[in-house]
Structure formats: C-alpha cells, structure tokens
Design a protein around this ligand. Structure first.
Ligand code: AMP
Length: 192
C-alpha cells in the first residue's frame, strides 16, 4: 500500500510521469483534471459548473472538488491498494481533507513528488501541448492565470508537505526517462 501525490505547476510533467509510475508501482491513478474533463465531455451539471472555472484558469472551489474526489475514492475499490494523486491537492484545505479521508481508511500520503521546472519552460510546454491536444485551457491568457493560481494557492503545499517530511523535490527538466529515474531513486528511500 503506497499513496503518492505527484505535484507541480501546470506543464511540469505530472501526467507523463504518472503514467510511468502507474506501470512501475501498480497504483490507481486519479487525475482530478481528467475527472473534470470527463464530466464536461459528458455534459453533466457538475461538468458545466467545472467548465466555468477551468476555462478561465481558476480552481474548482474546494468543497466541490473534495466531494468529487471522495466520490472517486469510494466508487473505486482498487484505490485501497494505493493511489497516485495527480493534480490533487491544489490547496492547503484540500491537503487537510485528503489527510482526513485517508486517515478514515487507516492510511496516509506516503510521499509527495514535486516536479520543479523553470517558468519559461512551463509556458513553452503548455503552448505546445495546446497546439497538439486542443485543451481549451492551454492558451496563453489562461496559461498565465493557471500559473498565477499555482503560485498563490498551490505552491504553499511545498512547505506543508516539507514540514511533514514527505516532499521530494525533483528537477523536472531533461529527458522523460531521466526524470523518471530520479523519481524512482528518491522514492526507493520511502518504500524500503
Ligand atoms: P490539470 O489537468 O491537473 O492541469 O487540471 C486542469 C484544471 O482542472 C485546473 O486548471 C483546474 O481548473 C481544475 N482542477 C484540477 N484539479 C483541481 C483541484 N485539485 N482543485 C481545483 N481545481 C482543479
């Protein structure tokens, strides 16, 4: 049983590294961004609400996001074997809620992998991804807002998890496989 949070700014490579980590450790992947995009694609009421925040580059309000996450955890029994949380938590309130949710299942966040990438590289990557993926929030105006939101609301989690002794800073530039090797080596200290 191993619960991992993959953390970093938009464009830091969370999704890409999550895919490799799932294969390596057999964890259940929860990407809150994907969960929300799926709600939008299915044109649900929740999806409409989520879209009004995502398209502007803002965060979905904590209470709503925490309820959505709790629902994903409860409706997927495989999460009991370990989860990789990708894009959650994004605020201190969410981190506290996650701690409670996991504690009620007699578990916890074991480690947080923080992918650290220079701001200019993040913008270049996100613009490129927007051209390829067609994601509505990968345009320059929204990208700038998402980075601003990251700095003000999400980056304080670094200190939060550092204080808990769980934060593993990983230099997130370079080759995908090189970054993955650094993550594995950092996590081997936690898993052994
Ligand atoms: P992502 O795919 O992780 O970059 O998420 C895309 C967008 O979904 C974000 O810019 C937010 O608008 C929304 N979102 C994803 N995860 C969260 C979260 N934990 N809290 C609030 N909003 C979120």
């Amino acid at each position: 049983m191993f619960n991992l949070v993959i953390f970093g700014a938009p464009g830091s490579g969370k999704g890409t590294q999550s895919e490799l980590l799932i294969e390596e450790y057999g964890l259940f992947h929860i990407s809150t961004g994907e969960v929300l995009r799926d709600l939008i694609a299915r044109k649900t009421e929740l999806g409409k609400i989520a879209d009004s925040y995502i398209s502007k580059g803002n965060l979905i309000p904590d209470e709503l996001m925490i309820n959505i996450l709790a629902d994903v955890l409860e409706s997927n029994p495989a999460t009991a074997n370990g989860v990789i949380f990708d894009g959650f938590p994004r605020t201190i309130n969410q981190a506290k809620a996650l701690k409670e949710m996991l504690a009620s299942r007699n578990t916890k966040v074991h480690a947080v992998v923080g992918l650290e990438v220079d701001e200019n590289e993040l913008i270049d990557r996100l613009i490129k991804r927007g051209q390829e993926s067609g994601r509505s929030d990968d345009n320059l105006e929204t990208i700038k807002q998402r980075l601003e939101v990251y700095h003000t609301q999400t980056s304080p989690l670094k200190e939060y998890y550092t204080a808990e002794g769980k934060y593993h800073a990983i230099e997130g530039s370079g080759s995908i496989s090189g970054i993955f090797e650094k993550i594995k080596s950092s996590l081997s200290k936690v898993r052994n």
